[in-house]
Design a protein around this ligand. Sequence first.
Ligand SMILES: Cc1cc2nc3c(=O)[nH]c(=O)nc-3n(C[C@H](O)[C@H](O)[C@H](O)COP(=O)(O)OP(=O)(O)OC[C@H]3O[C@@H](n4cnc5c(N)ncnc54)[C@H](O)[C@@H]3O)c2cc1C
Length: 443
Amino acid sequence: MKINCFWFRRDLRLEDNAGLYEALKAGLPVLPVFIFDRDILDHLPHKDARVTFIHSVIHQLNEQLQALGSSIYVAYGRPYEIWDKIIQTFEVQTVITNRDYEPYALLRDSTIEKLLHNKGVAFKTFKDHLIFEKDEVLKQDGTPYTVFTPYSRTWKKMLDSKQVEVEGKTMSYYFQSYPIEKYVQHFYKTKTFPIPSLEDMGFEKTNIPIPSKEVKQGVIKQYDQMRNFPAINGTSRLGIHFRFGTISIRQKAQKAMQLNETFLNELIWREFYAMILAHFPHVVKNSFREKYDHIEWRNDEKDFQKWCEGKTGYPIVDAGMRELNTTGYMHNRVRMITASFLTKHLLIDWRWGEAYFAEKLLDFELASNNGGWQWAAGSGTDAAPYFRIFNPDAQQTKFDKDMRYIKTWVPEYGTPKYPKPMVEHKMARERCLATYKAGLEQA
Ligand SMILES: Cc1cc2nc3c(=O)[nH]c(=O)nc-3n(C[C@H](O)[C@H](O)[C@H](O)COP(=O)(O)OP(=O)(O)OC[C@H]3O[C@@H](n4cnc5c(N)ncnc54)[C@H](O)[C@@H]3O)c2cc1C
């Protein structure tokens, strides 16, 4: 029997999934596939909350599919070998998937596409992870934006540029949804496939709680007023769900438009950094602004260790790092403070901090993490100028005045057990200014 396959990657949901909709609409039975990719997993610690999360989501998807008489074909290995096996086992006409824009994913997909084409199987991709891809929001001269504000203005104009009628209502073409209800009978009928256990893949289950994908409307409504205070639950915590596609960006952006423009702007930051990574892939290893690669970092390993463990003697920095180490989350304001502290106060290469966040953050996203780190180091697109150095104490007074956040994460603060500041702010500031100046003059 001829079939099509739908390959799930960072779009782990049945609802409003563009590629899945197109696959089902095409008419042939659709076999859903998920690969636990060893090229990614082999580099992760054996206790990784994101792997635990994905694993449980795959089980949930399988249950939803079982209710429809189908199942998800789950494999553990390298995508090339797995696809080679799938097309030998099934008579596949087309493999359909949603586009993934990270450098590794682009390379993987072009290799798979070649393999499939050589065997006479088509490979079709769709847009689902973003509202606008890299070439959809460009300057008038056709070049990419490198500054957020004009990018976001054009982004919003683009949204209005194409309208459609849905159930009597006019809406942006880019917010269209992809309801599969009409086509669910097209899922490939099968008994349930086995799912490898976490242990089979060398992982251990973690107990880190995953933030809910249901956000209270009040949080989004008051987002602009509450989002800067780490002691308050004033942000959505949806990062992990955007990352793995357990929610639809189109649905959330539409809600954001109705409820809070500042929240919408944050979703646009996500697209901005994805666009920057796609147009300027050198940012993965190098500074966006080349001259910042001449800075002579101190890169003191003991200092780095203190920062990682939250033992710098600056309570707002320590609270952030301990929150990250315990929960896999850190509030955005505190991400900015801790990143600034590492790069400016300790003069440690932003790539060290970036890698640490990449290992720990539940919502780790290459483009946004890189963008955030380069912003803090001053080497990025809309960078804070290097002479603007966050004073951690002043930040704390402004954003955690009554120390609720600090008391939660640094209970020994104010007792003799708490360490003295590892560097003195004024000295660190002057050292940073001198080092940056020297590096930039050299360029
Ligand atoms: C040094 C540093 C590293 C960061 N690393 C990441 C990362 O790996 N993954 C990541 O998704 N975000 C990253 N951010 C951006 C931001 O801190 C997080 O998106 C946000 O804190 C996640 O919490 P939330 O889901 O409650 O976000 P909310 O404030 O509720 O925002 C909603 C969503 O908008 C997006 N968003 C918000 N702020 C930004 C931003 N500045 N840049 C890009 N997208 C944004 C995220 O998808 C987020 O989930 C980083 C920021 C800094 C300064």
